[in-house]
Design a protein. Structure first.
Length: 148
């Protein structure tokens, strides 16, 4: 993570999903989650599939422990969504939409918004979808893409 604000997520399966346990160097014991149609909500837990804003005083790394999250189905709402990641990188063109269409690029945050070509473990991303549905992140989707 970088100094100041970061878009991050919980890329593992663990019952120890508090902000302090996953990212102990964070400035606060809470993060900010984006809820479509509502706005930002302060939270102390980081559920899989969601992306979060968290602030750090300095750049660093966090050793996140838990079982690898090898796939995830993320519920999305029409419009902009802040999504999380799984334990492995997934190219954005391998993200599978279900009952919706992806209508924007994926955007990460590195001291400013940047277009993303992959969904990286522990990162959070903005994406816009056409209507309520799901996005599937999975290494199986990567393998199917490579066989084409």
């Amino acid at each position: 993570y970088n100094s100041q604000w970061n878009l991050i997520s919980n890329p593992v399966s663990t019952s120890m999903d508090s902000v302090r346990q996953l990212y102990p160097a964070s400035v606060n014991s809470h993060a900010y989650e984006f809820i479509p149609d509502t706005g930002y909500k302060q939270t102390y837990r980081m559920t899989n599939g969601s992306g979060y804003w968290i602030k750090f005083d300095a750049s660093g790394t966090s050793a996140i422990t838990g079982m690898p999250l090898e796939a995830d189905t993320i519920n999305v709402k029409a419009g902009w969504n802040l999504i999380g990641s799984i334990s492995v990188q997934v190219p954005v063109d391998a993200v599978k939409p279900i009952n919706t269409n992806i209508s924007s690029s994926f955007y990460g945050y590195e001291n400013g918004y940047v277009g993303a070509s992959t969904i990286g473990p522990g990162k959070g991303y903005w994406v816009k979808v056409s209507n309520d549905g799901n996005l599937i992140l999975s290494p199986a989707a990567i393998n199917k893409q490579r066989r084409r």
